[in-house]
Write a protein that binds this ligand. Sequence first.
Ligand SMILES: Cc1cc2nc3c(=O)[nH]c(=O)nc-3n(C[C@H](O)[C@H](O)[C@H](O)COP(=O)(O)OP(=O)(O)OC[C@H]3O[C@@H](n4cnc5c(N)ncnc54)[C@H](O)[C@@H]3O)c2cc1C
Length: 123
Amino acid sequence: MNFDYELFIIGAGSAARAAAKRATAYSIHVGIAEQVDVGGPCINYGYIAERLMAYAATLKGLFSSAISYGWSEFNSSFDWSKFIAAKTYKIEQLHQVNMKYLQESGVDFIILKVMLVFSIIIL
Ligand SMILES: Cc1cc2nc3c(=O)[nH]c(=O)nc-3n(C[C@H](O)[C@H](O)[C@H](O)COP(=O)(O)OP(=O)(O)OC[C@H]3O[C@@H](n4cnc5c(N)ncnc54)[C@H](O)[C@@H]3O)c2cc1C
């Protein structure tokens, strides 16, 4: 594999996306190596995943308040496995959006765990 890049980024989280965006605007050849999934913790189990859980949890309260605004009673129950499937689907969509963005910007994306090896020469 050819690793001849002007900018090589370890990890494909939020900072990597911002750095790649800026670098490609200057026509810099960028490579990104990620050990898990594109998007980093923000998409996969941080902000986005948390927000989806928070929205789902808030709906119960909204259903209850809706009655006092003229809605008839909601007889609804919560299905955890359906919620997890919906969350997984949403996160997969975000993976695709990120991958499309990287591909269209000409960034090479590699699934790889990177190890830095330093060699110090003392003269
Ligand atoms: C549960 C949770 C909730 C959060 N909620 C919020 C919020 O509401 N608002 C907010 O602003 N921030 C939130 N954050 C913080 C936010 O997710 C981080 O600040 C942000 O992800 C940092 O981005 P980053 O690109 O610097 O690093 P990261 O997103 O951590 O990306 C680093 C990437 O590098 C990869 N990597 C690491 N080592 C290697 C290696 N050796 N080889 C290859 N790949 C490697 C990792 O797999 C990871 O994908 C939350 C974080 C968590 C965990």
